[in-house]
Design a protein around this ligand. Structure first.
Ligand SMILES: [Zn+2]
Length: 457
């Protein structure tokens, strides 16, 4: 495996991830394939969406004698007819949904290795938000122990070891550190589905931040079970590299269409607010005339088009340096997501984010709303201003915000003042005080705020 960072923005990274079955550019999405019932075949996914990595469930294959013998004989790639990278899950999620799943942790890892999975997953213990901290802690220790005993059996397969710890940041961080001390290859952040389902995005953000603080930064991080594009940009900005989606099929079965701003019931729509090949081909009336199965398939395809498009936008934003702009735009569509951004204002999180923030970017800082002034870039500027900058003179004159560069905008006033006395000249900007000496330095040289804030007062 190689995992090579190509671009960085916020705490996110654009990487090239390589397995025996080729390269994948991250951030990326792994569609979930049910080996029992493929709504859309992996081949079709590759053709339509350029999918070169996906995830299927080794537990389902293991439990079905026919699938199991075929997979052992000719490999999981042949079983699902796909030549890209295949990740397998272990049955942990089934045990969460259906209760007790009797599986031997070592046996399921060996099975994944033997069917030729590129990335296998240990049988971790799924912690849920309604469990007590003691139960969560026991499950977390059991997960670490299972990782430790499973690793010797992985062979050439990459092994994913999920970070557990539920809604307890200290347990998440501890678990992440312990797993990072082992020769594991891939780190999912597990147990977040109940948080996603209940739109508990603030808790989700705390889980990701805590896990990331303990994880080895050189390994890929996968937000396990997160399949809605609404949260992709924020999760990427916090350092997640992979997502998986069974949501495209589950939502479609329920007649729900996924959009970047949320989910809409197909029946409630009067028009299709999308330009994907499906929504371009059908009108809403034509979709209604299809049989239920056919309509479900078309909605599932739409859901995947929208999900993959969001990842394309994120990769461009990350490369061009406007990932925070995108995060703030998406958060403005959902009050719970907007609330989750407030978690990032907490000093310890801001310091961690500032540490990962690139020092310079290709694009200007756009003011998208009150959250913008809490960006790590602005935090860095203000911290450095107050700790490193020494004013030249005793007295200071403060100007209201004008257009840039301030020294030109206020040239006349500046000349007039300096004829009388040596004073420091400072602009009281949206982003904080800006001494005239710094107004042509990044980020202050390239910050953009609403027009009304530009007017001379
Ligand atoms: Zn569409």
């Amino acid at each position: 495996m190689t995992f090579e960072i190509k671009e960085r923005d916020a705490a996110g990274r654009l990487c090239r991830f390589t397995t025996k079955h080729g390269n994948v550019t991250t951030p990326n999405l792994l569609p979930v394939i049910n080996p029992n019932k493929m709504m859309i075949t992996p081949k079709e996914m590759k053709k339509r969406f350029g999918t070169n990595i996906l995830i299927t469930n080794s537990y389902i294959i293991f439990k079905n004698p026919e699938l199991r013998s075929k997979a052992l004989e000719s490999g999981v790639h042949t079983l699902i007819d796909f030549d890209g990278s295949v990740m397998t899950d272990s049955g942990t999620f089934q045990s969460y949904v259906y209760g007790d799943v009797h599986l031997d942790p070592i046996e399921i890892v060996k099975f994944q290795r033997d069917i030729g999975s590129d990335i296998g997953t240990i049988l971790d213990v799924f912690g849920t938000p309604d469990q007590t901290k003691t139960i969560i802690e026991q499950g977390m220790h059991e997960t670490i122990e299972r990782a430790r005993i499973s690793i010797p059996y992985k062979g050439e397969m990459l092994l994913a070891c999920p970070v557990q710890g539920s809604v307890y940041p200290e347990l998440r961080e501890y678990c992440a550190r312990q797993l990072s001390g082992l020769p594991a290859d891939f780190f999912p952040i597990g147990g977040v589905v109940p948080l996603m389902e209940n739109q508990r995005y603030s808790d989700l953000v705390r889980c990701i931040l805590a896990a990331k603080q303990g994880l080895d930064p050189s390994k890929p991080v996968h937000l396990f079970g997160a399949g809605h594009p609404l949260i992709f940009s924020l999760a990427v900005a916090l350092g997640c590299d992979f997502f998986d989606s069974s949501a495209y099929a589950k939502y479609a079965q329920d007649g729900r269409m996924i959009f970047q701003w949320g989910t809409e019931k197909f029946e409630d729509l009067t028009e299709l607010p999308c330009a994907c090949p499906i929504c371009s081909k059908y009108s809403i009336a034509e979709l209604k005339e299809l049989t239920t199965d056919e309509r479900t398939l078309q909605i599932a395809l739409h859901n995947l088009y929208v999900s993959f498009m969001e990842l394309k936008i994120i990769r461009v934003a990350l490369t061009e340096g406007w990932l925070w702009d995108l995060v703030e735009q998406r958060a403005s569509a959902n009050p719970f997501l907007s609330e989750a951004l407030r978690v990032l204002r907490e000093p310890t999180h801001l310091q961690w984010l500032e540490h990962h923030e690139p020092t310079s970017k290709k694009t200007a800082v756009y003011y998208t709303g009150p959250q913008t002034i809490y960006r790590p870039m602005i935090f860095r500027y203000l911290t450095r201003l107050f700790t490193r900058f020494e004013p030249l003179f005793q007295s200071t004159v403060v100007f209201p915000e004008g257009t840039k560069p301030y020294s030109q905008y206020y040239a006349k006033e500046m000349a007039h003042l300096l004829q009388q006395k040596n004073v420091n000249l400072v602009v009281n900007s949206t982003f904080g005080p800006i001494p005239f000496e710094l107004d042509e330095m990044y980020p202050e040289t390239s910050t953009w705020r609403p027009r009304r804030m530009h007017n001379k007062v």
